[in-house]
Each structure stands twice: as structure tokens, then as C-alpha cells.
Design a binder for this molecule. Structure first.
Ligand code: GLN
Length: 537
């Protein structure tokens, strides 16, 4: 295909309808027909990126290879498409305005009044075309965050309207995701909210081409007809999106509803062969027919909001399916774990993952959790702060350096086994200044992680300020906590592994950010395998 086709996904009626999953599923279906696809998200908030947002507000912050802190939907794009995203795939209102204001200060608009139209909308479009004009993709799917009618998303919607005239009708398509609520008392599916949200789009100059309708029950023909009539779309472009057992069913549901066929025919693209979804279906088959199950404790402080650990949860789904084993996650608030109750809280688990996190709250409970699983041979996986807690615990209870801690917890500690690097000490800005993105790591020959990865040189994604303090390395290794992954450029410790324990691995990086349906992360796969072994022993 000569130039990229642009597909926009807008949302109406309410948020949380799953625009990210619909975008990812459409992407998957197009990819399964041999097309090259990328998905981009526009977020209407003023933060430059979600890096400074509390996980309680916004869920997990997903980090790309190039070090962008992004919306968690990018995790879905990567997990579905099995291809990496980058900074270009997530743009916020804050970033758009920041770019425009920077250009204004540099004199780029000299003599002009800088306005929402055309300057902000031009900057939005530049971010859309940047992906389309890279020559890498047949389709650029752009998800517009929020709902139509939100004050904040108006400039994005206006930019979408303009794109149609820039690229031509055959290269442009809008999918509107909406809700068809069922009123129990009236025993009726209601179309009015959708009619209203389409009206709002029309007021902004956009006629949606396809309606994807979230619904708890099948849309009968008369409802489809009504939607088509009032929303000005062809009846075969009214697509039903039923609630699914798992998000990974959605591509299959959308295939049944012929979503990709409608997209291709509207964009006048000859229908290629049937999509190849064999591997996807194999994964779903295993996911739905486990032959065993394990119970894994997820110790974290944001457990009230599972979205805060989205990528970890999904990684367990991928790894569980790979092992044909259901992984039941038990969410444990780290603040509830004490020196005394380890056996009650963790004693019956087949494995424990201590989660990433920031700040002092909940750290002591995480350290107690590590102590319990270390002493009781329960498989342990520590990620980022979880790994740092395993180092602190080892220093305190094995090396007997009782006041060991991280300078994140006590900046004045005499024994900072986890500490800030020199270059981090000078930093005062909070946004985008952590160690972010992909860094190389070399694994020690013969280590557990070396055999798990099956190679020595790996690259994994980071998001943290604090690091293992190499001043304590020799003592730790002599006592059995080995540094088995080292950054070859800086000498920083990226992995610790405990000797004489069935499975005890802590990673300074976030392996969960690279697990996909087709490539489950080897550390999660082997951790689940270790939990299964523990259960059977
Ligand atoms: N708060 C720790 C740090 O900044 C760990 C961060 C994390 O778990 N992502 O180093």
C-alpha cells in the first residue's frame, strides 16, 4: 500500500468502554491479514505524560523501549500486536501545548497569534502523520481518550475532522465505540444515548463510519436497524461488542462481527486472505483449558486498584496459559504484613511476587514478606522496589546490618544498600527524570536467569531512581545473594538471585513490560513453573 490509512477510534456515552481493547483487537485482525499496523493514543489531560500521576488515578504507567512513560493502553497494543511502541504512540494535550509554546518562544510563529485552530490542531496532526509517513505502517489506528463532548478532547476531535480533508475519504475512517444499556425494568436495550453521542460527533463535523456497540446482550436486528437509521451508518457497520470472559476473546468476537472486513471495504482495500489467528487461538485454548492451578500472592500497596499492576497481571495470564495452568492471584496489601503473621498470610501460597512501588509506605511489609518466603523456600519474584526490598531484607537479616535500607526510605541512613546514583542526585524535576526505558544487561554464565533466558545478553525496561549499592556487593555475594545480571556499561546490578533456594529472583527492571500473548516473558513462565513444582512437592 502506498500511503498509510488513518483509523480513528472515538468513544461515547461513558468512559471505560474499552477503546484500547477494541483498537488492539482491530489492529490484531488487520495484522493477521498481513498488514503492518501501529496504534497511537491521544490523552486529553494536561500532564505532559502520565509519569507523575498516582497509580490510583490512572493505573499503571507503561514504559516503552525509548523511555516514554505512557498510558497503560500502550501495554495492550504491545501485548496484542507483539510489536514495540514508542513515545510517538502516546501524546497528551500537555505535550501538544508544550511543543507549541516552545516553538512560539523560539519564534517559529513570529508575527502570528497562536491559536487552537490551526496551531494546536496542526501539532496534533503532525503527531498523527509522523507515524503514517514513516513508511513503516499500512494502518495508523489513533485512539482518542475520553468521550466526545468532553471539553478537553475538542481539539483532538477537530484535528480528526481536518485529517479527512488532508488525506482523502478513502484513507480515513472513524469508529465510534458506544454503549447500548439494557434497562431491566423496561426489558429493553436503549439506543438513545448512542444517538446523542453520534449527534455530538456530527456537530463537530464527524460522521462515524462504524459503530461498535458495547452491550450485555445480543443486539437484535431491529435495534441494529434503528441505530443505523438514526446514526446514519450502514446496518452492516453496526458492530456488536458483547462483554467477554477475557480481553483476549475480543479479536475473535470482532472477527465474528466482521469488523476488519468492514474497515477494509470502506477503505477500498481488496480483501486479502483470511486472517491467520492460529497462534492466538492456541493461546486462548490453553488459557481456557488449564490442567492445573497455582495461587500466587501479589504483595503491593496499590492492591485496591488492579489496574495499577496491569502488566504484571497480564504477564501471569500469558505465562499461565503457556504452562496450561490457571494463576489465581491473591492480592495482599503490603501494609498488612508483619513480622508475626507471615505464616498466616503467605504460608499456603505457591509463590509470592513483591511488586514495584514508590515511597516508604508499605515497604516494611514487603521486607517481611521477602523474609518469610526466603526462609520458607516459597518461590519469590521481586520486581523493581520488590527486588530492592529483597536486598534490604538480606542485608538486615543475613548480613546482620540491622539499619540497612534504601535512601528513598531514609536519606540519612548509614547503610544505604539501595542508593541514588550520582547523576540522579542533581535532578530536581520530577517528570521524565528516572532511569527510563531499555538498558542492556549481561547475565552471569551458569546462573538461573541465564538458563531461563537461554542467552547472556538481554535488554529490559526500567523505571526507577534508586539502585543496588555496589559497595555491599562482595558481602552479599559471599553470603549467597548473587548479582547475576549486570549492566555492561555502568556495572549496575540489574538482577539478584539467591543460592540454595528453589526460586528467588529479583530484577531491578520491569520484565512485565515485555510479555506479550505470543511471547510470554520467560521469567514469568519459569516462576509459574516453580510455583507448580512447589505446589506438587
Ligand atoms: N521507588 C523505587 C525507585 O525509584 C522503585 C521504583 C519501582 O518499583 N518502579 O528506585
Amino acid at each position: 500500500m502506498a500511503s498509510a490509512k488513518y483509523i480513528f477510534v472515538t468513544g461515547g456515552v461513558t468512559s471505560s468502554l474499552g477503546k484500547g481493547i477494541i483498537s488492539s483487537s482491530l489492529g490484531k485482525l488487520l495484522q493477521a491479514r498481513g498488514f503492518k499496523v501501529t496504534i497511537q493514543k491521544f490523552d486529553p489531560y494536561i500532564n505532559i505524560d502520565p509519569g507523575t500521576l498516582n497509580p490510583y488515578e490512572h493505573g499503571e504507567c507503561f514504559v516503552t523501549d525509548d523511555g516514554a512513560e505512557t498510558d497503560l493502553d500502550l501495554g495492550h497494543y504491545e501485548r496484542f500486536l507483539n510489536s514495540p511502541t514508542s513515545q510517538a504512540n502516546n501524546v497528551t494535550t500537555g505535550r501538544i501545548y508544550n511543543n507549541v509554546i516552545t516553538k512560539e518562544r523560539q519564534g517559529e510563529y513570529l508575527g502570528k497569534t497562536v491559536q487552537v485552530v490551526p496551531h494546536i490542531t496542526d501539532e496534533i496532526k503532525r503527531n498523527i502523520y509522523q507515524l503514517g509517513e514513516s513508511g513503516e505502517f499500512d494502518f495508523v489506528i489513533t485512539e482518542i481518550g475520553g468521550c466526545v463532548g468532553d471539553i478537553e478532547s475538542l481539539p483532538f476531535i477537530e484535528a480528526v475532522r481536518q485529517v479527512k480533508w488532508d488525506v482523502g475519504v478513502n484513507n480515513f475512517l472513524v469508529i465510534h465505540l458506544t454503549l447500548i444499556p439494557y434497562l431491566k425494568a423496561a426489558k429493553e436495550l436503549k439506543t438513545k444515548p448512542t444517538q446523542h453521542s453520534v449527534k455530538q460527533l456530527l456537530e463537530a463535523g464527524i460522521q462515524p463510519d462504524i459503530l461498535v456497540c458495547r452491550s450485555e446482550m445480543h443486539l437484535p436486528q431491529d435495534i441494529r436497524k434503528k441505530l443505523a437509521l438514526f446514526c446514519n451508518v450502514h446496518i452492516n457497520s453496526v458492530i456488536e461488542a458483547l462483554d467477554a470472559d477475557t480481553i483476549y476473546d475480543v479479536p475473535i468476537l470482532m472477527r465474528k462481527e466482521k469488523l476488519a472486513e468492514r474497515v477494509l471495504s470502506k477503505l477500498k482495500i481488496a480483501n486479502k486472505d483470511e486472517p491467520n489467528l492460529d497462534q492466538w487461538k492456541t493461546f486462548l485454548g490453553k488459557l481456557k483449558n488449564p490442567t492445573d492451578e497455582v495461587e500466587i500472592g501479589l504483595v503491593g500497596k496499590y492492591v485496591e486498584l488492579p489496574d495499577a499492576y496491569k502488566s504484571i497481571v497480564e504477564s501471569f495470564i500469558h505465562a499461565g496459559a503457556h504452562n496450561e495452568c490457571a494463576v489465581n492471584l491473591k492480592w495482599i496489601s503490603s501494609e498488612t504484613i508483619t513480622e508475626e503473621n507471615g505464616a498466616d498470610v503467605l504460608g499456603n501460597l505457591d509463590g509470592v511476587l513483591v511488586a514495584p512501588g514508590f515511597g516508604e509506605r508499605g515497604v516494611q511489609g514487603k521486607i517481611e514478606a521477602v523474609k518469610y518466603v526466603r526462609e520458607n523456600n516459597i518461590p519469590f519474584f521481586g520486581i523493581c522496589l520488590g527486588m530492592q526490598c529483597s536486598v534490604i531484607e538480606f542485608a538486615r537479616n543475613v548480613l546482620k546490618i540491622k539499619d540497612s535500607t534504601s535512601t528513598e526510605i531514609d536519606p540519612k541512613t548509614k547503610n544505604p544498600v539501595i542508593d541514588l546514583m550520582e547523576d540522579q542526585k542533581k535532578i530536581t524535576d520530577m517528570g521524565g527524570t528516572m532511569r527510563l526505558g531499555a538498558y542492556p544487561c549481561k547475565l552471569k554464565k551458569g546462573s538461573k536467569v541465564n538458563s531461563i533466558y537461554g542467552k547472556q545478553n538481554i535488554s529490559e525496561r526500567h523505571r526507577h531512581r534508586y539502585e543496588f549499592n555496589n559497595k555491599y556487593l562482595d558481602k552479599m555475594e559471599a553470603a549467597g545473594l548473587k548479582a547475576t545480571g549486570i549492566n555492561p556499561e555502568t556495572g549496575l546490578v540489574e538482577i539478584v538471585e539467591l543460592e540454595n533456594h528453589p526460586w528467588f529472583v529479583g530484577t531491578q527492571y520491569h520484565p512485565e513490560l515485555k510479555s506479550t500473548v505470543l511471547n510470554p516473558h520467560p521469567l514469568f513462565v519459569k516462576f509459574v513453573e516453580a510455583a507448580l513444582k512447589k505446589k506438587k512437592s
